[in-house]
Design a binder for this molecule. Structure first.
Ligand SMILES: [Zn+2]
Length: 320
């Protein structure tokens, strides 16, 4: 090969390499896009379906999965949402409700939550097990019922430990305490906490009796509880609605809305506030009825009184 040819060939190689590297970088970037989209979605198998109790006593189904990683997070279980009597479901709703043990499902992260978005029907072999609703609450053994055909099943127990655990976890999140779920379960199982306000009466020596609790972690929890004695209005409003009969999601949304119009908890029944809520909320009459029920209920006043005795300072917006 002459020097000229070598130069020509070298040029070709360099040019080709340049083209290739351009294509390569395009391919890598497309590959990354695909990988990222794939990383947000995963296929896995439902190994079991269990029933859990929500903050308002409603029952939900939870799928136990073959562990799968999405966006670097290991997912072992996902909520399947509220449990309904299938006989009452509309035909178009029946199909999306039909998750079976053994089903292959897609899991996606939507609005921050991991949820099953699709059952891969083609993968069904006929060996899948259809979920059947138990006739008693799995946490307390009380009867379960659907108050109206379009409502989810509810536990009829008055002091259901499943419901207390759910409320305790939600309360700790709303009041920014970040209670460990295992610890919440233990506090309820050992009857150290009957409602979320009991958290404010826990002493270090009580906490030290719990599993895996050393002095440092007990102190950290007490510090978090202490901090939560000075909540923001929005947090205490949401917590109060949640311990009433409001589902958690609605408690958060309504708490935010009410905190804009209220200066304190006692403004919840203020005519002006209710009129403003009435103008923006869907089914406002149902909501106002529920707010009245909550605020005139003796359980609510006892709960607020207990929080006060526990040292919680109810916030008032400045200028009020
Ligand atoms: Zn129960």
């Amino acid at each position: 090969m002459s020097e000229k040819e070598l130069d020509y060939n070298t040029h070709l190689v360099v040019w080709g390499d340049h083209r290739l590297s351009k294509q390569r970088s395009k391919l890598i970037s497309r590959g990354r896009e695909i990988a990222e989209s794939l990383d947000k979605l995963a296929l896995t198998v439902v190994r079991d379906i269990i029933v859990e109790i929500d903050t308002n006593g409603s029952l939900k189904r939870r799928a136990i999965l073959d562990p799968v990683s999405i966006e670097g997070k290991l997912i072992t279980d996902v909520s399947l949402g509220y449990a309904f009597n299938e006989k009452n479901l509309l035909p178009e709703r029946k199909e999306s409700y039909d998750f079976r043990i053994g089903d292959t499902v897609t899991i996606e992260r939507i609005s921050g939550f991991f949820m099953p978005t699709n059952v891969v029907k083609e993968k069904r072999t006929g060996n899948e097990k259809v979920f059947t609703m138990p006739d008693k609450c799995p946490a307390c053994g009380s009867k379960i019922e659907t108050p109206r055909p379009d409502c989810a099943y509810r536990c009829t127990g008055t002091a259901c430990p499943g419901r207390i655990k759910a409320q305790l976890m939600a309360f700790s999140d709303l009041m920014r305490m970040d209670l460990d779920p295992e610890l919440a379960r233990e506090l309820v199982d050992k009857k150290m906490v009957w409602d979320p306000a009991d958290l404010y009466f826990l002493r270090k020596k009580d906490l030290m009796q719990l599993n895996k609790m050393d002095e440092d972690s007990a102190q950290r929890l007490l510090d978090a509880i202490e901090k939560s004695r000075h909540p923001e209005l929005v947090d205490i409003l949401s917590a109060l609605l949640m311990t009433g009969d409001f589902p958690l999601g609605k408690s958060i949304g309504l708490g935010i809305e009410l905190s804009v119009h209220c200066n304190s908890i006692s403004d919840l029944l203020d005519a002006g506030v209710l009129a403003r809520i009435k103008s923006i909320w869907i089914k406002p009459n149902d909501l106002i009825k529920k707010l009245h029920k909550l605020m005139y209920d003796s359980t609510t006043s006892k709960f607020l009184e207990k929080l006060k005795r526990g040292g919680v300072i109810f916030p008032r917006k400045s200028g009020d």
